[in-house]
Ligand binder design. Structure first.
Ligand SMILES: C[S@@+](CC[C@H](N)C(=O)[O-])C[C@H]1O[C@@H](n2cnc3c(N)ncnc32)[C@H](O)[C@@H]1O
Length: 285
C-alpha cells in the first residue's frame, strides 16, 4: 500500500465504527492499525485486508479460476485468440462517467476485480481507490500498478494503462466499506450490483460515500433467461435511486447500454448486455 493512501482516501476502521463514529486507520509495519480501538488489519502478499474480521475472510477465500479471464477482459491489448476481429465488446462503462468528472476527482471503485476501470480512471488523472473482497484480484491489480504488465500462464501478456492520479487497491467489503461518509466525488459499481447478497444495502452505501452532487456509475450486466433479474430490472433500480429509498436521492445524468465480454478459455467469449446509469446525488434522506 502506498503510505499516503490511508489519509488520501480517509480509510476508517470497520471494527469499531458505528452509525455515527469511525476512527481513522494508519499504516504500520505489519499492516493497517486503527487509531481508535487499536485493531490491526494484516497485509496478504502486499494487499491490505480492511474488513471487520480479516482472519475469517482470508480463511474463506475461494479458489479463483476466473482470475485470468478477468485480467484478459480488463487489460489484453490484443483480443485473445478466438475473439472476432471486430470485437463485439462495447466501450468500458467508465466512458459514460469520465466526461462528467472534474479534474482530480476522488473515486472509489467498489468490487473492482483486477482493476480495469480503476486504471482507466486513474489514467485520466483521477485519484482512485479500488476495493474487492477477493485477495487474489487485489494482489493482481497491485502487481499491475507496480510493474505495468503481467505475463499470463498461457504465454499471453496484459498491459495496464499508466496512472496519472493516485491509484491504490485494498481488500474490503462494498457492503461495509472501510471509508468515511461523503468523502468521494464518484462511486463506481461496475458489474457488482447483480452479484451482492444485498443490492439495496449496496445502494445505501453508495449514497453514504458520495458527497452531495457526487456521481454514481452503475453498470449492471443482465443475463437473459427465466431466472435472471426480471424483465426490466433497470426500471426498479431507477425507481430506488429516484425516490430516495436507498438513503439518498439521485437524478439521472446519463444512461445507456454496452456489451461486456469475458473470455472463457481461448475459444469462447461470453457476452453480457450491460445497463449503464450515471446518477448525481441530490440529497441525503
Ligand atoms: C463480476 S465481478 C466485476 C469486477 C469488475 N468490477 C469488472 O467490472 O470487471 C464482481 C466483483 O465484485 C467482487 N465482490 C462481490 N461482492 C463484493 C463485496 N461485498 N465487496 C467487495 N467486492 C465484492 C467480486 O470479488 C468480483 O471481483
Amino acid at each position: 500500500m502506498n503510505p499516503a493512501t490511508p489519509e488520501r482516501f480517509d480509510l476508517r476502521c470497520p471494527r469499531c465504527r458505528d452509525a455515527d463514529t469511525s476512527a481513522r486507520v494508519r499504516l504500520g509495519p505489519q499492516g493497517l492499525v486503527c487509531a481508535g480501538c487499536g485493531a490491526s488489519f494484516p497485509m496478504v502478499e502486499g494487499a491490505a485486508v480492511l474488513v471487520r474480521d480479516p482472519d475469517a475472510l482470508i480463511e474463506a477465500q475461494p479458489a479463483d479460476p476466473d482470475l485470468t479471464q478477468y485480467l484478459l477482459a480488463d487489460f489484453a491489448r490484443e483480443p485473445p485468440l478466438a475473439w472476432p476481429a471486430a470485437s463485439p465488446v462495447g466501450p468500458c462503462p467508465t466512458s459514460w462517467l469520465v466526461p462528467h468528472l472534474t479534474p482530480g476527482s476522488r473515486v472509489v471503485d467498489l468490487g473492482c476485480g483486477v482493476g480495469g476501470a480503476a486504471f482507466r480512471l486513474a489514467s485520466a488523472g483521477h485519484d482512485v481507490l479500488g476495493l474487492d473482497l477477493r485477495c487474489g484480484r487485489i494482489q493482481a491489480a497491485l502487481q499491475l500498478r507496480s510493474h505495468g504488465h503481467q505475463a499470463l500462464g498461457d504465454g499471453s501478456r496484459v498491459v495496464a494503462l499508466k496512472p496519472r492520479g493516485h491509484l491504490d487497491f485494498l481488500v474490503g467489503d462494498a457492503l461495509d466499506p472501510p471509508l468515511a461518509g461523503e468523502a468521494f466525488d464518484a462511486v463506481v459499481v461496475q458489474n457488482l450490483y447483480d452479484s451482492v447478497v444485498d443490492p439495496v444495502l449496496l445502494l445505501n452505501q453508495c449514497g453514504a460515500l458520495l458527497r452531495p452532487g457526487g456521481l454514481l456509475l452503475l453498470a449492471t450486466p443482465y443475463q437473459p433467461g427465466p431466472v435472471a433479474l426480471g424483465p426490466e430490472p433497470d426500471l426498479a433500480l431507477r425507481q430506488l435511486l429516484g425516490t430516495g429509498a436507498c438513503g439518498a436521492t439521485f437524478t439521472c445524468v446519463t444512461e445507456g447500454e454496452t456489451t461486456w465480454g469475458l473470455p472463457d478459455g481461448k475459444r469462447r467469449l461470453v457476452l453480457y448486455r450491460c445497463d449503464v446509469l450515471v446518477g448525481r446525488k441530490l440529497t441525503t434522506v
